[in-house]
Design a protein around this ligand. Structure first.
Ligand SMILES: [Zn+2]
Length: 148
């Protein structure tokens, strides 16, 4: 029992999580007031709670390009941006498919293969189009014949 009182004073990951949760709840409460600025609140929260490892990273205070697109487009944009998503290669790795091959004949259908190499689906523009969510990138995603 003697340790119970001390435990609260020590660096405790659960206390840290609880502290962040309280900060979030305070932000929600403040959101109801008229002069609340969500962007400023986010910046303040980032400065107060950002782990030391990420201190040099800038606070993201604007929505990334494509955030205002349909959810499917938004998800696919991020799949391509991160080169991680549902494709024959990943389904095979997760034991959800017998083969990692692409229907074009390539041995592995990765996201990179689909976007840059696949003769049936490759994107002919710049990969930066996906970063900036250009009209061409969004059109490509909307016309893609597979869900990735
Ligand atoms: Zn292919």
């Amino acid at each position: 029992m003697e340790h119970a009182g001390r435990r609260l004073c020590m660096a405790d990951p659960m206390n840290d999580i609880e502290s962040k949760r309280m900060g979030f709840l305070v932000s929600l409460f403040q959101a109801s007031s008229e002069d609340f600025n969500l962007t400023q609140s986010w910046k303040d929260s980032w400065e107060r709670h950002c782990p030391a490892l990420y201190k040099d990273l800038p606070c993201i205070d604007s929505q990334p390009p494509g955030f205002d697109t349909r959810r499917k487009v938004w998800v696919t944009l991020n799949t391509i941006r991160t080169n991680t998503g549902k494709c024959a290669y990943s389904l095979h790795q997760w034991s959800k498919s017998e083969s990692a091959a692409c229907d074009c004949g390539a041995a592995e259908q990765t996201i990179q293969h689909i976007v840059t190499e696949c003769p049936r689906r490759r994107y002919t523009g710049s990969l930066d189009d996906f970063v900036y969510a250009t009209e061409n990138a969004i059109k490509y995603i909307e016309e893609l014949d597979i869900d990735i």
